[in-house]
Design a protein around this ligand. Sequence first.
Ligand code: ATP
Ligand code: MG
Length: 371
Amino acid sequence: MQVLVLGAGQLARMMALAAAPLNIKTIAFDVNSEAIVEPLTQTKLGQGLEFAIEQADVITAEFEHVPHPVLDACQASGKLLPSAEAIKTGGDRRIEKALLDRAQVANAKYALIRNQDDFKAAIEYVGLPMVLKSTLGGYDGKGQWRLTSTQQVETTWLEMEACISAQDSQAIIAEEFVAFDREVSLVGARNSKGEIVVYPLAENVHTNGVLSLSTAIEDKALQGQAKQMFTAVAECLDYVGVLALEFFDVQGKLMVNEIAPRVHNSGHWTQQGAETCQFENHMRAVCGLPLGSTEMLRPTSMINILGEDCLPQTVLAMSQAHVHWYGKDKRPGRKMGHINVSGKDEADRKAQLEAITKLLDPKAYPALSQK
Ligand code: ATP
Ligand code: MG
């Protein structure tokens, strides 16, 4: 079995690692160089995309910002899972918001902005404070503005206008500012028979708009709400593969912030904490294999390594810490790898997280001192 992954970053790499024991061979399409590469080494395989599409048994994606002509060519081959429609939904906040409304899942009040009149109307309708997000190309908190007072309207508009005119069919979504208690996410898988499995929720901490710490949690009431919303969204898209939903927890009621039609950073804990990791379950779902158990084996936290390319040996020496590097060149703030820290039980997980916090530079891992 050969799987072609659209995108050749760390998610494709971890899919390839999880797929190998199942005898699934993974190759990846690097959307920047337009080359077909081996996902662990980035070695160019000297194939064109057309040939790779023809040779693949299954095609999937590691992220939602894949050029539409590429998605359409893959969809036409009949091998793309999840569908081009599902992937495009994750890449355009307009379509995403329409989906959330169609699936009747709670989400922040919003308005679409294409010009200055729309912006005025959005301020009236949504109210301040508000969060403004570019509909295309946003990730890790990029392409976003916070509007808290009317004095910021002029300068914010100038920046938004530049953003709108920089890209074809770009627009801005204005969202009410949600005063959430915390952020959680649900990662799960659906296969082509419509069977669904979900992992325990993860509680997420963001630092400067980027996920920095994620911990699997057991909360029966929230888990039930999240699974119901996950099912509604996955069924609306006739989704096949791993899907993630990000939520705001507002006094025990969940609102969907956004969806990710792919394996997700907040699901990396499953590599050490669950019976089957999210990457293996994604491969199982798209290849038509039985879905694996999502049971939590060990309470686990995931720490993102942002902009750093080395760790003290003492971290590797910890028996309950596992390091996953992505093989990337160092850049400030860049997701370079992650560490999964597990415990025998919840108290032990906390103790292990405390222990690793003492080994890491607090400037590089601010979320650990905030927790
Ligand atoms: P990522 O790719 O990391 O998920 P993103 O760029 O897709 O991020 P969002 O998830 O929409 O963007 O927003 C990033 C963060 O900004 C959220 O995790 C949350 O902390 C905050 N945020 C987003 N929307 C709102 C909102 N309406 N009210 C309050 N905070 C918000
Ligand atoms: Mg997000």
